[in-house]
Design a protein around this ligand. Structure first.
Ligand code: FE2
Ligand code: FE2
Length: 266
């Protein structure tokens, strides 16, 4: 049974080189067959270097998506180009938004997209939350109110379009599908400090567009079981969305990058 190491929200730009090396060694010690990283690797100027260090250290396929912090001090378009560059620089690196379903085993496939807190769940219009995203990401700088809402919708819709393209054939062909994404696709998965986030936060903590596409694919194929791996809220928790669809939200602490867990792939 293949074993996949799952990491999320490691924010490696915040820690010393030695702490990065320790994390690399811990993951290597488990001897995973592949690694899945669900975003917030570092920041726009540093995530590529961190991915290349992972590739060098593990010499295993590394499937990743980007999180909002991976765009900080850069632009969305620029960071996406950087992700493509990283994949050209190392044969181990694979950015999931540009891939069809990946076969992890004869019975299990992997798909993924960054996702984005798309503003649709909760009360965006009255939320008092002001994420750094709106100061530190080029395309989002200064956006507020209705313009911000429209932009978040648009980013969420990109994730929806990807899942609508790659998921239906994957659930048709495989018995199990792992979905990797940064932003929880369902409100029920927006764990933070042991509880589901409130309507102030869920606009930024949920990608409803992803959730709609994911739910629809698994509703159509009850024989196929889905496991969503996500992060972003930094609060660990589990949620059952359908009988055949489960979501694990990873816990994370700034300055303490950790292996989330080893996922055994059927
Ligand atoms: Fe994070
Ligand atoms: Fe995040």
């Amino acid at each position: 049974m293949p074993r996949v190491a799952w990491l999320t929200d490691v924010h490696l730009n915040f820690v010393a080189r030695r702490a990065v090396d320790e994390l690399l060694a811990i993951v290597a010690s488990h001897g995973p067959d592949a690694v899945v990283v669900t975003g917030d690797i570092a920041e726009a100027q540093s995530f590529r270097g961190m991915l290349l260090r992972m590739a060098e250290a593990w010499q295993r396929p590394i499937y990743f998506v980007l999180g909002n912090h991976d765009f900080y001090f850069g632009t969305i378009e620029g960071a996406r180009e950087t992700a493509r560059l990283a994949c050209r620089q190392s044969p181990w690196l694979h950015w999931l938004p540009e891939m069809d379903a990946v076969e992890l085993s004869p019975r299990t496939a992997l798909v993924g997209h960054d996702g984005w807190g798309d503003g649709r769940v909760g009360d965006h219009a009255h939320s008092r939350v002001r994420l750094n995203d709106f100061e530190l990401i080029g395309e989002l700088t200064g956006l507020s109110g209705a313009r911000q809402f429209r932009k978040l919708n648009e980013l969420g819709d990109q994730a929806r379009a990807h899942f609508e393209r790659v998921l239906p054939p994957a659930v048709e062909r495989y018995q199990h599908v792992v979905v990797a994404t940064h932003v929880p696709p369902f409100r029920e998965a927006t764990w933070h400090q042991g509880r589901i986030s409130d309507p102030d936060w869920t606009p930024f903590f949920t990608c409803q567009a992803s959730g709609e596409a994911i739910r629809a694919a698994f509703e159509k194929r009850p024989e196929c079981t889905g496991l969503v791996l996500c992060g972003h809220t930094h609060g660990a928790g589990e949620a059952d969305i359908l009988d055949n669809l489960h979501v694990s939200t990873g816990g994370a602490e700034y300055y303490r990058p950790a292996l989330q867990r080893i996922v055994e792939v059927p």
